[in-house]
Design a protein around this ligand. Structure first.
Ligand code: AMP
Length: 574
């Protein structure tokens, strides 16, 4: 199936953007700014746009969050309640001496307090940095260290298991607030604090992402990002105020913050938050019983639903669902078509990344879907395919179908403003007036974009971006390991899984016991989201003459692909 024609479910509201080309011609970011309120005096604050402006008006009693506990509890928070509690959380931060620019890390399960804390942090003018609860102690220590976190919001169990072992390595951390041990009371006892008059350029969010080498990168986003969150929620996800919206991403990843907190609330919808982890039957029940109208999920989850079989889906009434979107990794055409056949509507793939802060390219409701394509650039986004010469010269590719690096013209409001403390790394992302995304793609004659792969060695596994260096560093801590090289190998459900090639120090035998020990060792340090799933022992690793591991070669050998240019290989031909 080459094209799935755009279609609307009977009774669905008319799309916010009926004509993409026209919107692309007419749209200005200033117009999108005017869709929001702003603070008196010209300020802008994400949390004000997300909750307070609804709370003050007729929508105060509208349910903002409908939380489904993993054991069956349900908690609803109206916009008015969420505004009040987040205002009290801001008051609590103020009482603790936490102010503008201080970094508040969140490492919690998806519980209501997480949303209160996230919004309250933004109201206080502090910087929110959400972490994924499936991280192990090492990734947590690295990120809180780089962010110089002053406050950590977490749970007693996560603290015990993941933070206590590294607590002495976190000298900047002054306060730990436990969501299941006293936080609700502390919030209830705190006075409501007025939202800080933040400016659009004040730092609001710190999202960590991974590169090929070195430490994780803290991508900095400012309050102006809310303009893009809101506009893309409206235009790309087609959110209407009466929608029941479910974003399945955890706020520990950028999608779960931009579209699991900010965009839906700025659009005034009811958002469903499910505390539980993925289970096919549960997910269909949530979609059906909560009468979800717009659903934003990820390819790995869709492939797991496909694996569970169409009968399970057909046993649920999904007739309320009118738009389904996907992000984070390549969405295979079969998955798009499966959606159309089994759920009655195709998945609309869209593309963005931590650095862009919001959706840039998408299969929007106004477009026919080409299964396998990421869609077209949104209004306000100028994208291109470029080729970068060895000298760093950038040329835009004009012919359709030619592969190159996906690039964007800077200037949209949710563009990251830097990697915290790493100006040079930030500057390297820009050339010839473009922001270089690190992804390879092509554009067809009709302007649809097609993902080809990554230009670097980072790994996407189950939607999570993993830096091989972080995994290699953890393995090197084991006394038996001399060298480690880490790559992603294709996997039918997760897209890719992390595989490590390990060379041992003399005196250690390549036994299955040692392999299991190393897998367990890495898992304990890195957590299940990041740790390798496979380890292969090798005598040594291919390195360049300057000593860098040639992961490209490891990958080619693993997959039986041509080895390409090996002239820089240590000991290779010159
Ligand atoms: P993250 O910064 O963790 O959100 O990861 C961003 C990266 O995920 C992008 O640079 C892409 O490599 C990949 N990605 C995101 N969306 C898509 C998509 N729709 N298709 C293919 N890859 C995607």
């Amino acid at each position: 199936m080459d094209v799935i024609r755009k279609a609307q479910r009977p009774g669905a509201p008319s799309p916010n953007m009926p004509d993409l080309e026209r919107a692309r011609r007419e749209f200005r970011w200033d117009t999108a700014r005017a869709w929001l309120d702003g603070l008196p005096g010209g300020g802008l604050n994400i949390a004000h746009e997300a909750v307070d402006r609804h709370a003050a008006g007729a929508r105060g009693d509208h349910v903002a969050i409908r939380w489904l506990g993993k054991h069956g509890a349900v908690v609803e928070l109206t916009y008015a309640e969420l505004a009040e509690r987040s205002g009290r959380f801001a008051g609590l931060l103020a009482a603790l001496g936490v102010g503008r620019g201080d970094v508040v890390f969140a490492l919690t399960p998806r519980v209501p307090e997480l949303y209160v804390a996230a919004l309250g942090t933004l109201k206080r003018g502090a910087v929110l940095s959400p972490l994924f609860s499936a991280f192990g102690p090492e990734p947590i220590a690295a990120r809180i260290g780089i962010g110089r976190g002053k406050v950590l919001v977490t749970s007693a169990a996560l603290y015990q298991k993941k933070v206590a072992p590294i607590r002495d390595r976190l000298p900047t951390l002054e306060h730990v607030l436990l969501v299941d041990d006293g936080l609700a009371q502390q919030v209830a006892d705190a006075p409501v604090r007025a939202t800080e008059p933040t400016s659009p350029d004040d730092l609001a969010l710190l999202h960590f992402t991974s590169g090929t080498t070195g430490k994780p990168k803290g991508a900095m986003h400012v309050h102006a990002a809310v303009i893009a969150h809101h506009a893309t929620g409206k235009l790309a996800l087609d959110l209407h105020p009466d929608d029941i919206f479910w974003c399945t991403a955890d706020p520990g990843w950028v999608t779960g913050t931009s579209y699991g907190i900010i965009a839906p609330l700025t659009c005034g919808v009811t958002m469903v938050v499910d505390e539980a982890e993925f289970a096919a039957d549960r997910w269909y029940r949530v979609l059906a019983e909560e009468r979800v109208t717009v659903w934003y999920t990820a390819p790995t989850a869709i492939r797991m639903l496909m694996k569970a079989g169409p009968e399970l889906a057909r046993g649920h009434d999904l007739s309320r669902l009118r738009f389904a979107a996907s992000v984070g990794e390549p969405l295979n055409p079969e998955a798009v078509i499966w959606g159309a056949e089994v759920l009655g509507l195709p998945f609309h793939d869209n593309w963005w990344q931590t650095e862009t802060g919001g959706i840039m390219i998408g299969n929007v409701p106004a477009l026919d879907v080409r299964p396998g394509s990421m869609g077209k650039p949104l209004p306000g986004v100028e994208a291109g395919i470029v080729q970068v010469s060895d000298e760093g010269e950038v040329t835009e590719v004009s012919e359709p179908g030619v592969e190159g690096q996906l690039a964007l013209r800077p200037g949209w409001p949710s563009m990251f403003r830097g990697y915290l403390g790493e100006e040079a790394r930030y500057q390297k992302c820009f050339a010839g007036g473009w922001y270089l995304t690190g992804d390879l793609a092509r554009k067809d004659a009709d302007g649809y974009y097609w993902f080809v792969g990554r230009a670097d060695d980072v790994i996407k596994s189950a939607g999570h971006l993993i830096g091989p260096f972080e995994v290699e560093s953890a393995l090197l801590e084991h006394p038996a390991v001399a060298e480690a090289g880490v790559i992603g190998v294709p996997h039918p459900v997760a897209g890719a899984i992390v595989k490590a090639f390990v060379a041992l120090k003399p005196g250690h035998a390549t036994t299955d016991e040692l392999r299991s020990e190393l897998l367990g060792f890495a898992r304990k340090r890195l957590g299940p989201a990041v740790a390798p799933r496979e380890i292969a022992f090798v005598a040594d690793l291919p390195r360049t003459r300057s000593g860098k591991i040639m992961r490209r070669l490891l990958r080619a050998r693993e997959l039986g692909l041509p080895e390409g240019d090996t002239s820089t290989l240590e000991g290779g031909a010159s």
